[in-house]
Design a protein around this ligand. Structure first.
Ligand code: FUL
Length: 496
């Protein structure tokens, strides 16, 4: 009762203050209604940039490429690292053609071999025959990516099976920190750093000084995103299949997370609507079965990559797709070709938005018809700061968007909804109706939610999106009705 009274008196005072304000600025001057208050937690500038990338590329490369293994023993001879035609520009061209804006390289994997000439260990390119020990893969990678205007990231495995300091807390942490400083001082503008929680349970015990590592990273490069099971900027999604939860919050409680803890994978997969930290999920998966290149493996089919896309990017995550260079030091033609097909399929699906030729009605408008929060904002190319905002309602009313076809002939099989996450992730539950019949009953939306329908919708008149539960008024930055021709053919063409 007290709460209801408090709410009504708040509403009355908001209306009063608004009226007084309008009177005080005079009748002829128009000022815009300000945006609504955000709902915390919010993404940082770097997290927002990361989210908009949608697909990023992982490159697993190192001694495993030559030993045909996934996890090296740590006893590999540096002499096996000898790519006959390494050309990082080819990696960057493949990425650029696939519309990728960030590439992450395994500077050191669990085997401990370093792809750059580290002064803290001889177990690196220095001791390899490649370029007579004078090469630096990380430098080549950074140069090539930069030339294509692609950003770079680095993976530095905490688990090190080679270094004798591993197993001794202080010496190993000193070594690890020294390498972090070496990398982040030498190679500038690193946008993501990957701290992998993987480790054989039988491996030696060592405490990683994460707080020291993270502080050092932020000290050296301020616009970097730190990835680990527990962030602090990007979290692991909890599996390596490229699949986020059907419910996927970018919010979570960091205090409930720890790195390398197998018991938290489900929590990582779904996030937490009550989470106090903005920590969006990244879905890492390889284009092939393994993370490293193996002659015996081939890339996934286009239909599998599209499934992954819908299950990651389509569920509010960023897809980190691994494309491993081969023993020559190049991305194999088969993989490059598949990646190109993948990008072109995504472009084909989302290039045309049927909603653009429809009339859009909404349940209410913040600031009324004169305001700047109209439904047209959901059809422009700004998917963050231009959005439809309904009237504030104290959380009581239902909000809806009605997409009405002008000729009653809508044909689509994908529905896209995007929230203006700059104001916090809000939607808890939504439903979609086609001509009055419910076809989707789902939970979160976030930066992007894609519903790929089991059956094509044909000859539809009206599509209604109802937001039935949210952490505040929903703010929708974009909507789309699309037709995915690959999905359709997947149902009819038998899988090879
Ligand atoms: C895992 C590692 O063990 C794999 O080798 C790979 O690097 C993958 C991305 O993370 O945890």
């Amino acid at each position: 009762m007290g709460r209801v009274l408090w709410r009504s008196s708040m509403l009355v005072s908001v209306i009063l203050v608004t009226v007084i304000f309008q009177l005080s600025i005079g009748r002829h001057e128009k000022v815009a209604t300000p945006p609504p208050l955000p709902i915390l937690p919010l993404p940082s500038y770097s997290q927002l940039k990361w989210q908009q990338r949608e697909i990023i590329m992982f490159l697993h490369f190192g001694v495993n490429t030559f030993s045909d293994r996934e996890w090296g023993s740590g006893h590999e001879k540096a002499s096996i690292f000898n790519p006959s035609g390494l050309n990082a520009s080819q990696w960057a061209s493949v990425a650029a053609e696939a519309g990728i804006s960030l590439m992450i390289l395994t500077a050191k994997h669990h085997d401990g071999f370093c792809l750059w000439p580290s002064k803290y260990t001889p177990h690196s390119v220095i001791s390899s025959p490649w370029k007579s020990g004078k090469g630096d893969v990380v430098q080549d990678f950074v140069n090539a990516a930069t030339a294509q205007r692609i950003d770079v990231g680095i993976y530095l495995s905490p688990w090190d099976k080679h270094d004798p300091r591993y197993g001794h807390d202080v010496p190993y942490n000193e070594y690890y920190l020294a390498q972090l400083q070496e990398l982040l001082n030498k190679y500038q503008n690193i946008r993501e750093i990957w701290f992998d929680g993987a480790k054989d349970p039988k491996a030696q015990n060592v405490s990683y000084y994460f707080s020291d590592w993270f502080s050092m990273v932020k000290e050296l490069q301020s616009s970097i995103n730190i990835f680990s099971d527990s962030g602090p900027d990007v979290r692991w999604v909890g599996d390596e299949t490229g699949t986020a939860g059907n419910t996927c919050w970018s919010t979570i409680n960091r205090t409930s997370l720890s790195i390398g803890n197998p018991d938290i994978t489900e929590y990582l997969n779904t996030g937490d609507p009550r989470g106090t930290d903005w920590l969006p999920a990244e879905c890492d998966v390889s284009i092939r079965e393994g993370w490293f290149w193996h002659k015996s493996e081939s890339p996934k089919k286009l239909s599998e990559l599209l499934d992954i896309y819908y299950n990651s990017v389509g569920k509010n995550c960023v897809l980190l797709l691994n494309v491993p260079p081969n023993t020559t030091g190049l991305i194999s033609d088969t993989d490059a070709h598949r990646l190109k097909e993948f990008r072109s399929a995504i472009n084909t699906i989302f290039h045309h938005n049927l909603a653009e030729s429809c009339s859009i009605k909404v349940s209410s408008l913040r600031g009324g018809k004169e305001g700047v929060f109209g439904p047209e904002n959901m059809l422009d190319s700004d998917h963050l700061w231009s959005y439809w905002a309904p009237m504030e309602d104290g959380g009581k009313k239902e909000h809806w968007i009605e997409i009405r076809s002008r000729d009653g002939n809508l044909r689509f099989n994908v529905i896209r909804i995007q929230e203006a996450i700059g104001f916090g992730q809000r939607i808890k539950e939504h439903e979609i109706y086609v001509d009055g019949k419910v076809i989707i009953n789902a939970t979160t939306v976030g930066y992007k939610r894609l519903h790929r329908l089991l059956q094509d919708v044909e000859h539809a008149h009206v599509v209604t999106i109802r937001i039935i539960n949210a952490r505040g008024v929903p703010l929708i930055s974009s909507i789309g009705l699309h037709f995915d021709p690959f999905w359709h053919s997947r149902l009819t063409v038998p899988r090879k």
